[in-house]
Design a protein around this ligand. Sequence first.
Ligand code: COA
Length: 379
Amino acid sequence: MALPEQVLTNDDMAAIVDTNDEWIHSRTGIRQRYIANDKETTASLGLMAAKKALAQANTLPNEVQLIIVATSTPENIFPSTASLIQGWLGANRAGAFDLSAACSGFVYGIDMATQAIRSGSINTAIVIGSETMSRILDWQDRSTCILFGDGAGAVVLQGSSEYGGVLSSVLRSDGSGYDLLGVPSVGSVDIAYNNDHKPYKMHMNGREVFRFATRIMGESIEQALDKAELTIEDVTVVVPHQANNRILESAARNLKLDESKFISTVEQFGNTSAASIPMALCVALEQGRIKDDDNIVFIGFGGGLTWAAMVIQWGAKLDQESRSGPIFIRFRRRIAYLLARWHARLKRILRRSSNWLAVLGFRVGNDKEIRLKTDRHDR
Ligand code: COA
């Protein structure tokens, strides 16, 4: 995972809006969140997380065939943040796209990548959840701006003939609740005609979202467990979307599961939307709470409304042919990142210089090819 440098505590927040640490902590469990500075962006945080995941998986960028970035705060409406990261990584054999499913996006992304691997279409993918929520918060609305933070998390997925990995998933949406939380953008009537919401600023009906989250969490976890032919007793830990500790407590009660089995990072990071599950997964791994062959559950929910539950058997064995040692792979990864940077710069220079040459009257490209294209057009 990757975090911005700057921390914003609840006391700092009280200097921005009329609130206090006691209110925020008792209603949500949050004590602080990380906030991106001018130089930290959704792509730069996502890139940092992706590089760490590749190092952890002992994988080279050119082995990656698909990059999915789950985000509600992309760098652009298009091109995708995933394409930017693909170029920076030098993942030259990878397709790349952004996925919009709000706070459920990371689990949706894992499901998409898993299906692509299972179909045989690809063997290796990176799924990233990355957000700079601070840029879309309405910093005058104390009921929303206190909840969110920035950060990124990433995982590398690889095909294996061994049983394990993603065992089941349940993806759902209820569009009737599309107005309960969101961020209007250029295509929206809310901006063009109604003026109901501020452009690019988040609005939310907290109470309704709270009710929705507590209702679907237990239900969808049970559906995913049924599909995987497991029960809640088989689960080592649940890695939920980190919205609010009260939501997690309520889900634990519904499932009759010891609350300590729910990984919570709400206190340190707040709600980092699509990044919250991979960040919580990372913390759980660092704390040694997930071991090989453990069954774990992801549960995401958020705008859409969307929700997604997934059962995973951790640490499936990989079918890797004998590879050169990790030091050599690390060295090759460094070279790949360096080359990627220069490769992109060189390509841009060549593109620009070919435009200048064309302006100056030089014909660039293969004459024969140009003639063939013209002939085809004439016909
Ligand atoms: N500090 C102090 N007071 C605040 C406040 C803040 N940051 N935000 C709201 N209040 C006030 C309200 O103005 C209201 O005052 P009033 O009674 O005088 O009108 C009072 O606190 C209660 O507000 P309410 O909205 O009913 O609080 P709540 O108990 O429902 O808690 C949330 C609000 C947002 C914490 C809660 O609804 C929630 O967590 N919802 C889920 C949100 C979420 O997780 N969204 C993301 C999902 S992906």
